[in-house]
Design a binder for this molecule. Structure first.
Ligand code: DAH
Length: 345
């Protein structure tokens, strides 16, 4: 009885066929697994009369060996077929890989870096988790000066005896300017792109983090005229050759004099529209001549050197270029929003 069963299985196993890895695995399970046909023969083996045990044992082994070889050779065949197909089928439809897009802030940041690079500025980088010394103190913010309130941020570690040792999330990339001045003697010509943080409620118009690019130029005889011409060139490169600029007096602790720069509204060409609130102008950055105190605090002789600095928000410029109405869109990573920038890549 058992011998007939083995013979039948042997025939079956010799003729096995399968072409996909899944089919082959199913065969392995059917014949060779613990609950498979061959294991169940082993169970029956216990009831075989002693004088037949040897013959049956040999047959079962032959069956097991044959099944193993057949399944292995099916597996090899399947692998070589797959390899061949991969090499040869040049007509196969490509995998549907969708390219992503660059983030709009990256597009605009790169454009701005490009413009300043062409004017000889190099890139400088620094930490986002910073000490008070570089964010505020060396930028001429006195320890108890209310100007610090304009840039309330997040405190990682506070030191009650010495505010300059507080560890905070930087509220502007001016901290990178401080680090560059500490380690480099003029001429200095750098831009500092990076993420900055503010303690602000998140709304369509404000966020607890955003991106800045600040610039710093220090050399002998640098004047306000140099600043104005560089910013005019920048505005025209970014918003078109007809762009006009105007500088309004302002206040920053680290520059004197300080100014806010507006560009003529690129939507209405300066005639006045809803976008520029009918003024013809839109604000794009802050700037000024570096306060001599800042130079001295950072180890640069203010009797020999002077310089200018400016700082802009990348979100603000991106909003002006692409009229993004809600600041939160930049950090939500909704692909429908991001794909709107396919063409700008
Ligand atoms: N740090 C300023 C801010 O975050 C922006 C700024 C204004 C930077 C004038 C400058 C500058 O370097 O000269 O509001």
């Amino acid at each position: 009885m058992i011998l007939d069963k083995i013979e039948k299985l042997l025939e079956e196993v010799k003729g096995l066929n399968a072409s996909t890895p899944e089919e082959i695995e199913a065969l392995r399970l059917k014949y060779l697994s613990k609950k498979g046909e061959i294991s169940s023969l082993m169970a029956d083996f216990r009831n075989v009369p002693a004088e037949q045990k040897k013959e049956v044992g040999i047959k079962i082994n032959e069956l097991k060996q044959t099944a193993l070889e057949r399944i292995n050779s099916l597996r090899e065949q399947c692998e070589t077929n797959e390899a061949k197909n991969d090499d040869l089928d040049l007509t196969r439809t490509p995998y549907p890989i969708k390219f992503g897009t660059r983030h709009p802030l990256t597009i605009v940041k790169n454009e701005i870096i490009d413009i300043f690079s062409r004017m000889g500025f190099t890139l400088a980088d620094g930490p986002e988790v910073e000490d008070d010394l570089h964010v505020f103190t060396k930028m001429n913010f006195a320890a108890d000066h209310p100007a610090r309130d304009m840039q309330d941020t997040f405190f990682v570690e506070t030191n009650p005896n010495d505010v300059t040792k507080n560890i905070i999330l930087r509220s502007h990339t001016s901290s990178v300017q401080a680090r560059v001045m500490e380690t480099t003697q003029p001429p200095i010509r750098v831009i500092c792109p990076g993420r900055v943080y503010r303690n602000e409620a998140i709304t369509a118009r404000a966020h607890c983090f955003f991106h800045q690019i600040e610039g710093l130029y220090i050399d002998k005889n640098v004047s306000f005229t140099d600043l104005k011409q560089v910013l005019l060139t920048f505005a025209r490169e970014l918003f078109g050759p007809d762009t006009k600029i105007r500088l309004r007096p302002s206040y920053f602790p680290f520059t004197e004099p300080s100014a806010e720069m507006d560009i003529s509204c690129h939507i209405c060409g300066g005639k006045g529209c809803g976008f520029c609130k009918h003024t013809g102008w839109v604000e794009i950055l802050g700037c000024g001549m570096v306060d001599p105190n800042v130079l001295e605090l950072c180890g640069i002789d203010s009797k020999i050197y002077s310089g200018y600095a400016f700082g802009l928000g990348v979100e603000r410029i991106t909003n002006l270029k692409y009229q993004v109405s809600d600041l939160r869109l930049f950090s939500e990573n909704d692909v429908r929003f991001l794909h709107e920038f396919d063409a700008a890549n």
